[in-house]
Design a protein around this ligand. Sequence first.
Ligand code: HEC
Length: 116
Amino acid sequence: MKMKKVISSLLIASALTFSATTVFASTGSSLFSSEGCIACHTINGQGGSVGPDLSHVGSKRSLSWIKTQITNPSAHFAAGSSVTINGQSYTAIMPAHKHMSASKLNALANYLESLK
Ligand code: HEC
């Protein structure tokens, strides 16, 4: 009886974790479109090529690095300079998304960081 209880609460906990992760990811990926990132960046074959492909950005950039890139890209890349990312050359023209709320920024950055 006790064991059953433990197992069922474990099941509930993992179901909750699963749905929280799923919601996070779908919010992050819809922000990627609604915030206009998709015009310049591709994820999994969809999007533009003005900026680098972000399909695996989480394997080389940290969460805090990604947040800074979204709010203040010139902290990483001097505006207008030529930068090489993943062996390709880009002109650093990414706009700073300073208006974004903390919760949107978190969801979007967490989503990108999850792309390994
Ligand atoms: C007008 C085109 C444009 C838009 C819109 C844009 N970016 Fe960028 N992004 C770039 C370019 C160009 C770079 C290369 C460096 C730079 O410009 O700062 C870049 C770099 C990046 C990088 C670094 C990638 C790496 O591999 O190091 C990330 C992460 C990123 N952008 C995320 C975003 C997100 C998230 C959004 C939407 C909120 C967004 N970008 C909107 C053009 C854009």
